[in-house]
Design a protein around this ligand. Structure first.
Ligand code: TRP
Ligand code: SF4
Length: 407
């Protein structure tokens, strides 16, 4: 997609990650590589969701600060670039908390109770007492994170799509309640004229087509027209989007989830790579340790002796080949395993080489950043600065819409 031809909202991407400490290959293949690609194409905001971590780790928050810096170093080491994306920490932008509070006023309890992760996580994390106000409200905190930056796209995994859906509902409700202006019609017509005679006429015709005949093609054409307008202010554009549908001004645009495909990266035991399964390869793990872990990982249990044939379909090592090996190596594995012409150690070697090669530049960059903690602090401070500017702008609009701009 062309960065220049899409509206500001559609070009903005926001995503957050809980600070879980050092990241592993599952994070790299599942999330970070995707972020690295997105940052070239969109205006990206990536942040450390440390308040989100508190919703489940409130009893022992002392590990969170180190986890934050470890995670940020891994982001940078993986190629997430502070020159391209804005990197910040949620708790350093207190506007998120204010926004969360204000959104809580209009959010029906049922909407939060219905979010699947609410019950699921309580079931899964039985050892924790998650019957808290903060835990119930955490998808709404996420909505505040997203709406604060008026993001158009939110890269998330399957488990988080419901949160983006909630965000859309909250935005819609907010716009419905607070998007009404006294002289909305008048302001909209005034804004329309700023597009020039020809475009104003076109817009008006599309609007009529949509409002009188429910013609969706007209709706989309009008939206595209608005997005291509260069000389409209943000407020006027939002007004005209709202006027199009007859509702009112759109203060908080609705985001779309950008579904991140589940990572194919298996853990050392063939299950999904995850800290809780103790089967991870950390990005900053020593090469010798990685090599040993791969050498000793389990294989097809039918291959008891070297001469016993096996089946890659029953072997976790094969899943690593699926991620790391080309067609020729994969053929060699298939044939060699089934005919017992290769041994398992031999079979693992290309995987070991590929993992170490992939991690080498990442580990070098990580070492650079480890040696310059002040640089990492500065990168984040600058990202926070930029995020704060945007957050303050949104909060000014939100406060005004909710009659909170006291003088
Ligand atoms: N809730 C997300 C998680 O647990 C992290 C997160 C917080 C997030 N705020 C966000 C993701 C906003 C995307 C957008 O993984
Ligand atoms: Fe697994 Fe390779 Fe051994 Fe076959 S030869 S069992 S694919 S490690």
């Amino acid at each position: 997609m062309d960065k220049l031809n899409i509206s500001a909202q559609h070009a903005r991407v926001l995503s957050g990650m809980r600070p879980t400490g050092r990241l592993h290959l599952g994070h790299y293949h599942g999330v970070l590589k995707n972020w690295v690609d997105l940052q070239h194409e969109y205006d990206c905001y990536f942040f450390v969701a440390d308040w989100h971590a508190l919703t489940t780790h409130y009893e022992d928050p002392s590990i969170i600060p180190n986890s934050i810096w470890d995670m940020v170093i891994d982001w940078l080491a993986a190629g997430v670039n502070h020159g391209e994306a804005k990197l910040f920490i949620q708790s350093q932008i207190p506007e998120h908390a204010e926004f969360h509070l204000l959104l809580s006023m209009i959010t029906p309890l049922g909407w939060l109770e219905r979010v699947p992760s609410y019950k699921d996580q309580q079931e899964k994390l039985k050892e924790k007492d998650l019957a808290t106000y903060g835990f119930l409200g955490y998808p709404l905190l996420q909505a505040a994170d997203i709406l604060m930056y008026k993001a158009g796209l939110v890269p998330v995994g399957e488990d988080q799509v419901a949160h983006v859906e909630l965000t859309r509902e909250v935005a819609r409700r907010f716009n419905h309640i607070y998007g009404r202006e006294q002289n909305f019609e008048e302001l909209s017509i005034h804004a329309m004229k700023k597009m020039g005679k020809k475009n104003a006429k076109l817009y008006y015709r599309y609007r009529k087509g949509y409002q009188e005949q429910g013609d969706l093609v007209s709706l989309e054409a009008a939206q595209a027209l608005l997005e291509s307008q260069q000389n409209l202010t943000v407020n006027d554009r939002e007004r005209l989007f709202g006027y199009l549908e007859g509702s009112g001004r759109i203060i908080l645009p609705e985001p779309q989830p950008l579904l991140t495909k589940a990572s194919k990266m298996p853990g050392l035991d063939g299950q999904k790579m995850s800290k809780s399964y103790n089967n991870t390869i950390a990005l900053r793990e020593e090469p010798e340790v990685i090599e040993k872990a791969l050498r000793t990982m389990p294989t097809d249990t039918n291959r008891v002796r070297r001469i016993d044939p096996g089946d890659p379909a029953r072997c976790p090592v094969w899943q690593f080949h699926e991620v790391y090996s080309g067609e020729d190596v994969k053929q060699w594995v298939q044939n060699g395993c089934k005919s017992a012409s290769i041994g398992c150690i031999e079979c693992k070697q290309p995987v070991i080489d590929a993992v170490l090669q992939e991690l080498k530049p990442i580990q070098e960059r990580a070492r650079d950043f480890e040696e310059q903690p002040e640089l990492v602090r500065t990168i984040i401070a600058e990202g926070c600065e930029e995020a704060r500017d945007m957050a303050q702008e949104t909060m000014n609009e939100v406060r005004a819409a909710m009659s909170l701009n006291l003088r």
